[in-house]
Design a protein around this ligand. Sequence first.
Ligand SMILES: Nc1ncnc2c1ncn2[C@@H]1O[C@H](COP(=O)(O)OP(=O)(O)OP(=O)(O)O)[C@@H](O)[C@H]1O
Ligand SMILES: [Mg+2]
Length: 305
Amino acid sequence: MSKEPERGAPPVFDEFDSPLARQLEALRLRRKKLKAATMPAPAETRIIAVSNQKGGVGKTTSTVNLAAAFALNGMRVLVIDIDPQGNASSALGVNTNSDVPGTYETILKDLPMAEAIVRSTSIENLYCCPATLALASAEIELFPLDDGQTRLRKSLYEFLNISAKNGHGFDYVLIDCPPSLSMLTMNAFSAAKEILVPMQTEYYALEGLEQLVRSIYAFSSRLTHPPKLSTILLTMFDKRLNLAQDVVEDVRTHFPKETLETTIPRSVRISEAPSFQQTIMTYDPNGVGAVAYREAALEIARRGA
Ligand SMILES: Nc1ncnc2c1ncn2[C@@H]1O[C@H](COP(=O)(O)OP(=O)(O)OP(=O)(O)O)[C@@H](O)[C@H]1O
Ligand SMILES: [Mg+2]
């Protein structure tokens, strides 16, 4: 017969069965699974525009962290920053002063892309074509040009062909778009084969998404090679909110093929990383944010394989 606890005895704290311990154990298992997984390389370069006309939904965060996750798996990755805000470039620790050449010069001044591309100093195989302040005027300058919608495509394809011939082909190109369906976004769409839409897990998400998908198709139908909406990534997910869970289910029901199983949690560490010019992969490599972005990258790689 078990003995009754004495009156006034301290409560038993089972450190192996607290919610925190369970969370840490779940995270450890996810890391173990990722370590054992191999990421398939695509047969040809996957060119993905990361776009959502809504601001602040996680486009830049997803671009740089997915790019870093691909690169850490041995993929050769190029990030093209086509947003005049230059957030992707600075998150990758790349100079965005107007005196360095960047995406602007490659699309408007016929500068070969190779001359604008900068290598990441912290992650091997990761490259960036930066957005500098000059890009702010590109919109107006592109507008009157006959080929104003396809200049990025031309410059990127030339660069990729030369790289492949030299034996340094790229596996992924991720293009961080501005929060608008503008001439710059049109350039990203004309260069891309796929569109990845990050969306915040919030109440009006599905409504906004259906509208977004319609605009993306209307917008890209004007192009000779329209990209395909291949991927929807739910970001800033808060599992404590029932609403967030409902939103995920709704989006999955309406877009079953496109929506990734992986969701990206809301995490302070993810939002802190850019101010240290880092991706979450080096800022907090073992945390839940890095694990989630690595899982998302693996899923994207496997779906495309
Ligand atoms: N999973 C996350 N958890 C917490 N904060 C996040 C997360 N993802 C992004 N953020 C933060 O939310 C803000 C918006 O993210 P981000 O810049 O990636 O969005 P965006 O869609 O690129 O914005 P814009 O439309 O201005 O280009 C940033 O401050 C970022 O650090
Ligand atoms: Mg952005």
